[in-house]
Design a protein around this ligand. Structure first.
Ligand code: SF4
Length: 262
């Protein structure tokens, strides 16, 4: 279960894994990429990012992959966690072999320890892996969530690609929100979770304030859990802001643990 203190800080996961080093810009939402900023701060990231921009080198992160594999094959039951997978696992430069292994290990972690995985991508066109045993098993668990980032309506097609290509649990992250995102009733019916948040950091771009109401209430009307992670309130950046008299801290992956409140 994700501790309350983490949720109050806008964190909807317990722990994270960076299974690939590096990434590359896909769209406007990548402009102030947090992962690129992190990589350019530390010597280990020099090869992958400079001045907060990716160099274009993308490689498997063997250390993190080993950690996941070790957990997957552990015969000792470990405390279940909600894992967030950083960078874009569906990046073209990551080999099928690695992806196949990751899905298999996630499946085993789920079965053995009850782990949940959140895999967020801006490249849903690369999710489709027909006939892959690992994908079918991972999707069947209903504990491996694949999500798409949609920073504005221009990228709404990612939701349809997600629905088409991933048969398991699905979520949409409207973060960084650079423009209002309206989901159709068919899209909402297929989704298990929506996360909304403005951009953070020193160079953050302002969110479309007028449209927050519509974005939150379209989900509420359709019964899709909403997590309002961060927004600008009275000119200030606020984590988990109160909106319409409450915090929007619904997380479907906490339902079974009794934390979810409608
Ligand atoms: S896809 Fe994600 S990790 Fe990759 S550049 Fe864009 S924001 Fe950064």
């Amino acid at each position: 279960m994700i501790p309350k203190q983490k949720i109050e800080k806008g964190q909807y996961w317990d722990d994270s894994l960076t299974l690939m080093s590096g990434c590359s810009r896909e769209s406007e939402g990548c402009e102030n990429c947090w992962a690129a900023a992190m990589a350019s701060r530390f010597p280990w990231g020099e090869k992958y990012a400079r001045n907060k921009k990716w160099t274009g080198i993308v490689e498997p992160n063997w250390k993190a992959l080993k950690k996941l594999e070790k957990r997957a094959v552990s015969t000792r039951k470990l405390k279940p966690k909600v894992w967030q997978i950083w960078n874009d696992l569906f990046h073209e430069k990551l080999s099928d072999e690695i992806l196949d292994n990751v899905m298999r290990w996630c499946y085993h972690c789920q079965r053995m320890h009850g782990d949940i995985f959140l895999i967020l991508t801006k490249r849903p066109q690369n999710i489709f892996k027909p006939g892959w045993y690992s994908f079918d098993r991972a999707a069947e668990t209903n504990h491996i969530y694949v999500g798409v980032s949609v920073e504005s309506q221009k990228y709404i097609h990612r939701v349809d690609e997600l629905i088409q290509n991933w048969p398991g649990k699905k979520f949409v992250s409207i973060e960084p929100c650079l423009g209002a995102v309206y989901l159709s009733s068919d899209q909402l019916a297929a989704l298990d979770q929506v996360i909304i948040g403005c951009e953070s950091g020193a160079n953050r771009r302002e969110p479309p304030d007028m449209d927050l109401y519509d974005m939150v209430f379209q989900c509420r009307k359709a019964g899709v859990p909403v997590f309002l992670k961060q927004w600008i309130k009275n000119g200030k950046f606020v984590k988990m802001p109160e909106y319409f008299g409450r915090h929007w801290d619904q997380l479907t992956w906490n339902i079974e643990k009794g934390q979810y409140e409608s």
